[in-house]
Design a protein around this ligand. Structure first.
Ligand code: 5GP
Length: 192
């Protein structure tokens, strides 16, 4: 998505440790007009796939998931980070290591919100090492639902999570893929 690349170049800030800050439009302040375009683009990419539900993880996946859910006319479920490991039987649960904080949280989804009849699209803001998407895929598998694929607003290709998941056979769509990111500039992967 050309506009995602343009927004990253215009407003993104490269921080140490391979972190990109895009708080001005994506995950603290939200550019609602652009967010609608993001949702429309995800809906276009997965058009005809019969998606019945979108699954994301709190908190920064939620705006993107809502926008895509609105465009696809489906409900959105978000996994909650549950700090206690005491998880009751009415939830699906999986550990996810946080890229930004380094800690591992159990993330949970109430069982009644994902069923074997669902065709699920997993959505998040960033795809880095792939821990968040891997955890969400695990929750889809626990529920018996069918995983249609995943979508990320920004993939950092150099952290390899996206390519690992593609090699495992999952459909992964990213609106922009950054192959290199330094103080001197950002290089995007060519996409069809
Ligand atoms: P992964 O699990 O793929 O390693 O990392 C993805 C998760 O970490 C996303 O949910 C996202 O919130 C966060 N994340 C990863 N890289 C970045 C980054 O460069 N900038 C920001 N703002 N969040 C990131």
């Amino acid at each position: 998505m050309k506009k995602m690349e343009e927004m990253i170049l215009k407003e993104g800030k490269v921080l140490p440790g391979g972190v990109l800050k895009v708080g001005s439009f994506l995950n603290q302040q939200v550019d609602t007009k652009f967010m609608k375009e993001i949702g429309d683009e995800i809906a276009r990419l997965y058009d005809g796939e019969g998606v019945t539900k979108i699954l994301t993880i709190e908190s920064s996946g939620i705006p993107i998931a809502i926008s895509a859910g609105f465009a696809m006319k489906v409900k959105v479920v978000y996994a909650k980070k549950n700090k206690s490991s005491n998880v009751s039987g009415d939830v699906y649960s999986t550990p996810v290591k946080s890229f930004t904080h380094g800690v591992t949280n159990n993330v949970v989804v109430t069982k009644e919100y994902l069923t074997p009849d669902d065709r699920v699209l997993v959505v998040d803001d960033f795809l880095a090492h792939g821990s968040a998407l891997t955890g969400l895929i695990d929750i889809v598998n626990q529920s018996g639902a069918y995983l249609v694929g995943c979508a990320a607003a920004i993939e950092k290709g150099f952290q390899m999570g996206g390519d690992r998941l593609r090699a495992e056979g999952y459909r992964i769509e990213s609106l922009a893929i950054i192959d290199e990111m330094t103080d001197d500039g950002i290089t995007f992967r060519e996409q069809k």
